[in-house]
Design a protein around this ligand. Sequence first.
Ligand SMILES: NC(=O)c1ccc[n+]([C@@H]2O[C@H](COP(=O)([O-])OP(=O)(O)OC[C@H]3O[C@@H](n4cnc5c(N)ncnc54)[C@H](O)[C@@H]3O)[C@@H](O)[C@H]2O)c1
Ligand SMILES: O=C(O)C[C@@H](O)C(=O)O
Ligand SMILES: [K+]
Ligand SMILES: [Mn+2]
Length: 354
Amino acid sequence: MRKIQLAVVPGDGVGKEVVPAAIDVLHTVAEVHGGFQFEFTEFPWNSDYYVEHGKMMPDDGINILSAYEGVFLGSIGNAKLVPDRVSTWDFIIKIRREFEQSINLRPAKYFKGLKSPLVNPRDFDLVVVRENSEGEYSQVGGRIYKGEDELAIQNAIFSRKGSERAMRFAFELARKRRNHVTSATKSNGIFHSMPFWDEVFDEVKKDYQDVDTAAYHIDALTAYFVTRPETLDVVVASNLFGDILSDLGGAILGSIGIAPAANINLNGKYPSMFEPVHGSAPDIYGKGIANPIGQIWTAKMMLDQFGFEDAGSLLLDSIGDVIESGFVTPDLGGKASTTEVAEEIARIFKEKAK
Ligand SMILES: NC(=O)c1ccc[n+]([C@@H]2O[C@H](COP(=O)([O-])OP(=O)(O)OC[C@H]3O[C@@H](n4cnc5c(N)ncnc54)[C@H](O)[C@@H]3O)[C@@H](O)[C@H]2O)c1
Ligand SMILES: O=C(O)C[C@@H](O)C(=O)O
Ligand SMILES: [K+]
Ligand SMILES: [Mn+2]
């Protein structure tokens, strides 16, 4: 019996609702599988913790987390208590960078029964490979002067290593999918970094002659997500573009509440972190109606990462069945609660595994 030690941070808002729901499903998956067990250790690090301790996590928080094989995170952010910039940088981005989670993998795929705003959403099946260590997310810059002369400078960091790493990952992934990589660029308006990104892409693609490619400016690409999603398979994007495209993917499928994500450590030195695309959703928190599917699909990505792809794919099929049955939360047009949907997914998983 393989025991997998996981650190769990429900975080803020709906994270506290969807994480326990997904953990229940994971226990069912492990029970049915019989070959592994998850042991979860929960950490109460969030915006309330910040109010009490003046920090998002203890000083040795990274060290504590490094003892686990993975981090299962809900969402972080409560702007009433902590500025979003602080909760994001001192927690999520800190972990992503300290643990060298250089890739953020964010799939989006149509399931029968989803009420997509697209006329033909059946063709929607893509993965955003978001560069997760640099790009537009930088603390390099500053602010000077006050009043009329006040100004802010925000630098973006694009390294050959970082860009190439994300692109190679995208090409390797495409070989396991439909053999196509689209690069998100903006080399018409962004003078230095995006032409550099394009050059690196053109170099990297030479090593993957078997994979078809396209490169679109981000404005056109966002439109193509809507008008011709069937042309998209793997989309490689900088940190900010990837962030935006992944919410768009979720929204096109009916709700960002279903969108999963994995922050992947590629060198094996540190744990990866699994968290849905969505945030703490303060507008619906406390009502028990948050969609747990993003967190459960994220759990599926974690199963894949640990080598339990069979269980992962059965879990995704179970999610698909629940969506098709219409037993879903209000964001997808249903009336079910967070826990009811999770329980139904677990029930269907058990049935399918028979
Ligand atoms: N990785 C993260 O933890 C993460 C990601 C995004 C935002 N945030 C933080 O979350 C807070 C709120 O940010 P926001 O409002 O921009 O984005 P958000 O993702 O929290 O919410 C955007 C919209 O999506 C809906 N939504 C989100 N998750 C849902 C779910 N599971 N089920 C149903 N509907 C869902 C919300 O109700 C809201 O209408 C901020 O503090 C922000 O910094 C954190
Ligand atoms: O910008 C971020 O990375 C925070 C959040 O929006 C996310 O997508 O994880
Ligand atoms: K999240
Ligand atoms: Mn985001």
